[in-house]
Write a protein of this length. Sequence first.
Length: 346
Amino acid sequence: MLFGSKGVSLLAALLIACITTVFLAFVDNVSERALVVTFSLSFLSSFLFIYVALEFLVFRELNMIYTMLDKIKQKDFKVPKKRIFRDANPVKRLNEEIYTYATRKQQEIDELKRMEEYRREFVANISHELKTPIFAAQGFIHTLLDGAIEDEKVRDKFLEKSARSLDNLNILVQDLLTLSRMESGEIKMQFSHFDLYQLTSDIFEQLEETAIAKNIKLKFDKHQIPKMIAYADKNRISQVMTNLIDNAIKYGNEAGKVVVEIESEKDQLVVSVRDDGPGIEPEHLKRIFERFYRVEKSRSKDSGGTGLGLAITKHIVEAHGSKITVTSKPGKGTQFRFKLPKGKGE
């Protein structure tokens, strides 16, 4: 412990006490007792002051630095982060800087790993989504080339199936292009004033046959006030509402209902679309807006769609300076909510 805080303090205090006592010895009429008292007081006060300063301002912080470096070497970043503030102690500030730097770098590494995992998953998903319509159309066409084209009924049937597969492929590519253009900021919103209530009513009419097929009722909330003027991109919001209502129909219960509510809140309209379907498990909610993410892959595939609808919806809503949220309880349905600026006449 010679070079510890106590050892250094002891040597420094002894040196200070000796120097002080020697100088005092040269003063006339100073008794021996006074020299002893001076030596004792100088030694004790110097020792305590230096020890406290070294122990709490230097050695303790240095030990914390070594501890932090050991954890960094072991890739252990689960140390609770203390509040970072400007401190007069440079050693303590150095300790905080090391911790902050190491934590930031670890976060960057974690983000890179997450993005790499997302990239691999995206490549796998897009490969699967492209492969399905391509292989289907390829199979039908090769069957026709192998001789089935001579049978008029088989020919027409296979050509129709090939056309549907290629149409699905075209929709998928168009959705990917739309999403890519939105993320790059190439697509700009064209804002205008329009009646959101009337827009939703028109979408109800467009999706009426789909709802009837599942005996699902499309309706507004019973307290809904007609005529809600929004200031937004009418075509893009129509795309959002169509996607949300269509999803609620597809994944809702038979003989259920889909309810749309538009509320007035200060200078904004709050839009919600809810169903009384089976709901979404909590582990899926955080990823529901990712590209190609499907809660129930087999059922989602059977229901059609490209798996990009909610991702596009999220980007459209965010382009309006808002945020879309989802709440769901298994067995009790799902609700999507977002806000839009009010328009003139509201």
